[in-house]
Design a protein around this ligand. Sequence first.
Ligand SMILES: C[S@@+](CC[C@H](N)C(=O)[O-])C[C@H]1O[C@@H](n2cnc3c(N)ncnc32)[C@H](O)[C@@H]1O
Length: 291
Amino acid sequence: MDQEMNSPFRYAGGKFYARKLILEHVPYHSCYVEPFAGGSSIFFAKVKAERNWLNDIDDELINCLMVIRDYPEKLIDRLKSEKATKERHSYYKNIFKPETELDYAVRWFYLNRTSYSGIMNRQNCYFGYGDKYSMRPENWPRNILRTSVKLQNVKLTALDFEEVIENVEDGAFLFVDPPYFNADQDKFYTHFFKKEDHFRLCDVLKRNNNRIKFLLTYDNSPEIRKLYKWVHSLHEKEWNYTLNRTDDQKNGTDRKGTRYKGRELFIVNYDSVKQGSLPLPLFAHKTLKDV
Ligand SMILES: C[S@@+](CC[C@H](N)C(=O)[O-])C[C@H]1O[C@@H](n2cnc3c(N)ncnc32)[C@H](O)[C@@H]1O
């Protein structure tokens, strides 16, 4: 059974709100790979390919996906009587000492579903659950089961992206969604992505350019435009998103429906011009003079 569904996780920097725009650019493929999977919102939003590979350097995230794939009932059993409260959040964050892979998955799933924006970086992981806006614990089991179905036969690894990209099969399609180049996104993730890592990513994509197709998403910055001037085309994209709830533990505010704009570059090494999406010349951006 194949289902187009939402990610089981809340994920900072996730592409949930951009999924329709991204899916318009996805070419035909039989092998699908995400070297920076995070919440894998594109994998979950699309029809499953014949072969699929999700990778993220965050081994606790990947362990949680593995447990969902292979032992959904055990995870459900451990979570079924949980309540989403500050006390339980604090228990899992500060007191609970995981010993087994299942323990780690229980902690990861609980904290992800109950933390503000799903931020798992310990220093920025605060309780952020509201009955009106978050998935309620009584719905977690159904979500875990659906996710488990979709993850069957999916390859899951916790490697550095370079090892993945060098080893994907010829003709694979890669959705590449690294941390932003110019942003403090690193406060969200458990592994720090350095400037050298961005250059390393550019090099490995260039080395494999002739044997794979990739759609790379990045913040719209002059440095990235310059770095990727060798790629087939570049699209400037904008989308709206709404944060239904911010539950900031420090001031207890509950702002509903705050609107934001996502602005990014889609960098693709194949022909993907779609209705309403005009490719831009690489040097058309006015801020390029700042490079
Ligand atoms: C922007 S997020 C991906 C979001 C994802 N596309 C989604 O929709 O949820 C970037 C991810 O890259 C991962 N990451 C950071 N450094 C990495 C590395 N060296 N190799 C692989 N993954 C890495 C982070 O753990 C994070 O999950």
